[in-house]
Design a binder for this molecule. Structure first.
Ligand SMILES: NC(=O)c1ccc[n+]([C@@H]2O[C@H](COP(=O)([O-])OP(=O)(O)OC[C@H]3O[C@@H](n4cnc5c(N)ncnc54)[C@H](O)[C@@H]3O)[C@@H](O)[C@H]2O)c1
Ligand SMILES: O=C(O)[C@H](O)COP(=O)(O)O
Length: 531
C-alpha cells in the first residue's frame, strides 16, 4: 500500500507508517496539477491546510481509501465527495489545541505591548521607547467568541493575568461557563464590553464574516482583536476601516481569508492589512510547535494504518469504519439520523440539555449506537464542525452537558422502522421523526406536524399562520433573489392556526431574503437549513 504526504509533517509519523510496511512518498510542496496526475497510484493521502483536496482530486484518486488531515480544520477537503466515493476522511482534532491557545496568548501580549514593532525598531538601531507604550491586560475585559477547547484554554490563561473573562457561545452549556469561571454573555454585550476580543470558532456559514462593519460599530473604542481560528470570521476590509477609524487599536491575525502557501513557491501576496503598523500578522503558526506536530503526525499515521489495515479509525469525520456491504445497508439510516440532528440545530439554534432517541420497528440493534452517534455528530457539527466524529460524538455531547438517552420500541405504527429524536432545552421539548423506506430516509414528524419529505441539501423551514396567499408570498420573495423552489411540503394541525412549510430550494437563500420573509405578515419563523 502506498501513502503520499503532500505537506510537512513530523518524521515520527512517517516512521510509524514505514514500520507498518507502507511505501511512503513525501512530496512537500507538490503542485495541485502534479498531485492530480499521480494520485491514482496511492491508497492514502496525508495533507495539512494548504493542499486543496477537491472533487476533481478525489475522483482521480481511484485507489484512495483514506484522506488524512494532519490537523483540525478540514475546510480544504471536499468531505462530501470523499464520502460518495467511500473514502474515509480522518483528522487530528486535539493535537494542536494547546499550541493554538499559547500562540493566541503570545499574540495578545504582542498587541497589548507592541512587542513585534519594538523588536523591529531595535533591529534597525532605534531604541526610542516612547512609541511603544502599551496597555495592561490586568483588570481589563476579555471577550471570547467560541468557548470550545481552545477558547477555554485561552480563558484559563487570561484569568491568570487578572482579566475579567466573558464569552459568547450559544452551543455550550451553562455548566461549562461555571466550571471555568467565565461569564456567559450574548453577542451584543461581548462587543460592547470587551477590551480584547479573541475568536475561537470554526468557519461555518454562521460565523463567516461574523465580525463586520456593523459589529465594529458596536465595539468599545480602543478594542484589540485577535484571530487565531479561521480567516473569514472577521471581514478583513471592515477590520482595515475600523483600524483606520480608530475603533480598533490593534489586531493580530494568524489566519486570513486568503493565505499564501510558501511551501510551493514564493508567491506574490498582498493584503492591505500588512501596511498597518498596529496589525501583527503570523503565517498560520497556531499548530506549529514541536509538540503539536509530533502529536498530530503520530495520531494521523495511526489513523491511516487503522483504515488501511481494516481497523477502526478513531477520528473518522465522515464514515464509520464498516465493511462496504454493511455501509450500504446502514447508510440511509445514518443519513436520516444526521438529517434529524442537522434540521433540529439549524431550525432552533439553541442548546439542548437532553436528547432522547427512540428507535422503533425494524432497526438492527447493532446499528443504533452508530445512528445515535450520527445524530449527535450532525447536531454538534453545526457548532464544532471539524472536531466531532463518529467515535467522539457521545463523549463530546457529554462534555457539553447534554444528557443522551437511547431507547427501543417494538411498534412503529404504520411505518416499518422509525427514528424519533426528542430535544429538550431550558424552555421546551421538540420532536422530529423519520423513517427509511425504499432505501431513502424521510421526515414524517416535523416538530409536531405530520409531513412526508426527503431531507434535501438546501431547505427553507417556515412557520406561518394558516391563511390563504402564504405560499405565493414566499415564492415571490425567494424568486426575487433568483432562488428556485424545487418542492414544497405544507402541513397544519388545525385550519386557521399555525402551519409549517418545508421548501426544497436550489441554493442558500440569502440573509436579506430571510429577513424579508420574517417581516412578511403571517410568517412567524424562517430558517435556512443546509444538510
Ligand atoms: N491557527 C491555527 O493554526 C489553529 C490551530 C488549531 C485550531 N484552529 C482553529 O481554532 C478554532 C477553534 O478550535 P477548537 O479546537 O477550540 O474547536 P472547538 O470545536 O472545540 O470549539 C469551537 C467553539 O465554537 C463555538 N461556535 C460555533 N459557532 C459559533 C457561533 N456562531 N458563535 C459563537 N460560538 C460558536 C462552538 O460551540 C464551539 O464551542 C477552529 O476554527 C480551528 O480550526 C486554528
Ligand atoms: O486546523 C488546524 O489544525 C490548524 O489551522 C493548523 O493548520 P496547519 O496544519 O496547516 O498548520
Amino acid at each position: 500500500m502506498k501513502v503520499i504526504v503532500s505537506e510537512r509533517i513530523a518524521p515520527e509519523g512517517i516512521e510509524l507508517l514505514k514500520n507498518e510496511g507502507f511505501e511512503v512518498n513525501v512530496r512537500v510542496g507538490i503542485s495541485y496539477e502534479e498531485l492530480l496526475e499521480i494520485i491514482e497510484n496511492y491508497d492514502a493521502l496525508i495533507v495539512r491546510s494548504a493542499t486543496k483536496v477537491d472533487e476533481q482530486m478525489i475522483k482521480r484518486g481511484k485507489n484512495l481509501k483514506v484522506i488524512a488531515r494532519a490537523g483540525v480544520g478540514i475546510d480544504n477537503v471536499d468531505v462530501e465527495a470523499a464520502t460518495k466515493q467511500g473514502i474515509i476522511v480522518v483528522n487530528a482534532p486535539d493535537g494542536n489545541i494547546m499550541a493554538a491557545a499559547e500562540l493566541t496568548i503570545g499574540l495578545i501580549f504582542s498587541i497589548f505591548r507592541n512587542i513585534p514593532q519594538a523588536y523591529m525598531a531595535c533591529k534597525q538601531g532605534d531604541f526610542r521607547r516612547n512609541r511603544f507604550k502599551g496597555v495592561e491586560l490586568y483588570e481589563k475585559t476579555a471577550g471570547i467568541i467560541g468557548f470550545g477547547k481552545i477558547g477555554a484554554l485561552v480563558a484559563e490563561r487570561l484569568k491568570a493575568c487578572g482579566m475579567r473573562v466573558i464569552a459568547y457561545d450559544p452551543y455550550v452549556s451553562e455548566e461549562k461557563f461555571r466550571k471555568f469561571g467565565v461569564e456567559k454573555v450574548d453577542f451584543e454585550t461581548l462587543l460592547r464590553e470587551a477590551d480584547l476580543i479573541t475568536i475561537h470558532t470554526p468557519k461555518t456559514a454562521e460565523t463567516y464574516n461574523l465580525i463586520s462593519e456593523k459589529e465594529f460599530k458596536k465595539m468599545k473604542r480602543g478594542v484589540r482583536i485577535v484571530n487565531c481560528a479561521r480567516g473569514g470570521v472577521i471581514n478583513e476590509k471592515d477590520l482595515y476601516n475600523a483600524i483606520k477609524e480608530g475603533i480598533v487599536a490593534a489586531a493580530a491575525l494568524d489566519v486570513m481569508e486568503r493565505e499564501p502557501n510558501f511551501e510551493i513557491e514564493k508567491q506574490d501576496y498582498y493584503n492591505p492589512l500588512l501596511e498597518l503598523d498596529n496589525v501583527v500578522i503570523t503565517p498560520h503558526l497556531g499548530a506549529s510547535t514541536q509538540e503539536a506536530q509530533v502529536n498530530i503526525a503520530v495520531s494521523i499515521a495511526k489513523e491511516v494504518v487503522a483504515v488501511l489495515k481494516g481497523g477502526i479509525a478513531k477520528n473518522a469525520v465522515n464514515l464509520p469504519a464498516f465493511e462496504k456491504e454493511k455501509v450500504d445497508e446502514i447508510l440511509p439510516h445514518l443519513e436520516l439520523a444526521e438529517a434529524i440532528g442537522k434540521i433540529y440545530i439549524q431550525a432552533e439554534r439553541t442548546f439542548a440539555n437532553k436528547i432522547e432517541i427512540i428507535y422503533s420497528g425494524e432497526i438492527d440493534p447493532k446499528m443504533t449506537t452508530w445512528l445515535t452517534r450520527a445524530l449527535l455528530k450532525a447536531y454538534l457539527e453545526f457548532s464544532v464542525q471539524d472536531t466531532v466524529n463518529y467515535v467522539n460524538a457521545q463523549v463530546l455531547a457529554q462534555e457539553q452537558g447534554i444528557e443522551v438517552i437511547e431507547s427501543r420500541k417494538q411498534e412503529s405504527g404504520k411505518f416499518k422502522n422509525m427514528i424519533t429524536a426528542r430535544f429538550t432545552t431550558e424552555e421546551k421539548t421538540l420532536e422530529l421523526s423519520g423513517t427509511v423506506y425504499n432505501n431513502e430516509g424521510r421526515i414524517i414528524d416535523f416538530f409536531g406536524y405530520k409531513v412526508d419529505f426527503k431531507p434535501e441539501k438546501y431547505m427553507l423551514l417556515i412557520q406561518n399562520i394558516d391563511k390563504p396567499g402564504m405560499i405565493g408570498k414566499i415564492g415571490t420573495i425567494v424568486g426575487e433573489y433568483d432562488i428556485n423552489i424545487a418542492q414544497m411540503q405544507v402541513s397544519r394541525n388545525k385550519k386557521g392556526e399555525k402551519a409549517v412549510m418545508v421548501c426544497e430550494v436550489d441554493g442558500i437563500v440569502p440573509n436579506e431574503a430571510i429577513e424579508k420573509l420574517k417581516n412578511t405578515d403571517g410568517i412567524l419563523r424562517v430558517t435556512m437549513a443546509k444538510l
